[in-house]
Write a protein that binds this ligand. Structure first.
Ligand SMILES: CC(=O)[C@@H](O)[C@H](O)COP(=O)(O)O
Ligand SMILES: NCC(=O)COP(=O)(O)O
Length: 249
């Protein structure tokens, strides 16, 4: 068994379920603790401006949980680098921040940064995060040029957007085409000295072929597919199932 997992469990969907009622359950911190006890490397959350799932208070609760009970695990915060989000990063000090080019109205993340027009806001956000000693990752489409531009801006990692791959995984020709794009972007990022993460619509089924093409991917944040799996198998079992799919068990 490898000591460090790649799996960061995204608990957005747990918060969404909790928010159906004015009650504290299911518990975001409780399930996050369960996932980390079961072997996840950490927890990811994407607090959106409307707090439709993760609330600011969850971010602080999770940061405290990790500091107090899981000092070797990591919190990753995802979001658009608005002043409000940057203040949250400054106050909560996660181990990693993923900057995502999401509009506040967006249903979910569906594209990477456009480096031909978004560099100003990213330069400011990257410089601030580095001052706070927070590792910076940028959400990128699976294309080598984006990886190189992310490196030129001073990011330490990229997260390759795997939504299109997840959506066509059942169609071998389309999946192969998407895997080729992801592998090329991952290689370019690695050559540029970046750590390579991947995320969006990853599942127990589609992870193994992805890791065959890019075995050096260091982190996968998984929420929707993880939660769907956990509804059937239970949170702790799903950590095992995803780690097995990642070749870690
Ligand atoms: C950045 C990313 O890939 C997203 O998948 C995100 O973390 C999911 O956000 P929602 O849970 O709001 O769809
Ligand atoms: N960064 C991707 C993420 O955190 C979770 O995405 P998904 O598994 O909910 O699609």
């Amino acid at each position: 068994m490898s000591a460090i997992s790649r799996l960061s469990v995204n608990v957005n969907a747990v918060a969404m379920l909790r928010n159906r009622r004015d009650l504290p359950w299911p518990s975001v911190t409780g399930l996050a603790a369960l996932a980390m006890d079961a072997g996840a490397k950490g927890i990811t959350v994407h607090p959106r401006p409307d707090e439709r799932h993760i609330r600011k208070s969850d971010v602080f609760d999770l940061a405290e949980l990790i500091e107090d009970r899981f000092p070797n695990k990591e919190l990753c915060l995802e979001g658009y680098p608005s002043p409000d989000f940057l203040k949250l990063v400054e106050d909560a000090r996660p181990e990693q921040v993923l900057f995502v080019p999401d509009d506040p109205e967006q249903t979910t993340s569906d594209h990477g940064w456009d480096f031909s027009k978004d560099t100003g806001i990213l330069e400011t956000a990257i410089a601030a995060s580095k001052e706070w000693a927070v590792t910076v990752s940028l959400f990128c489409d699976p294309d080598p040029a984006s990886a190189e531009q992310a490196a030129a801006l001073g990011a330490e990692r990229i997260e390759i957007y795997t939504g299109p791959y997840g959506a066509c995984y059942d169609d071998p020709a389309s999946a192969e085409r998407e895997l080729g794009k992801i592998a090329a972007a991952a290689e370019a990022a690695r050559s540029a000295g970046l750590g390579v993460n991947a995320g969006h619509d990853l599942t127990v089924e589609n992870i193994p072929p992805l890791l065959e093409r890019a075995p050096f991917i260091r982190e996968m944040s998984i929420g929707h597919g993880f939660t769907a799996d956990a509804l059937v198998h239970g949170f702790a079992q799903s950590v095992q199932r995803f780690r097995r799919a990642m070749g870690e068990l």
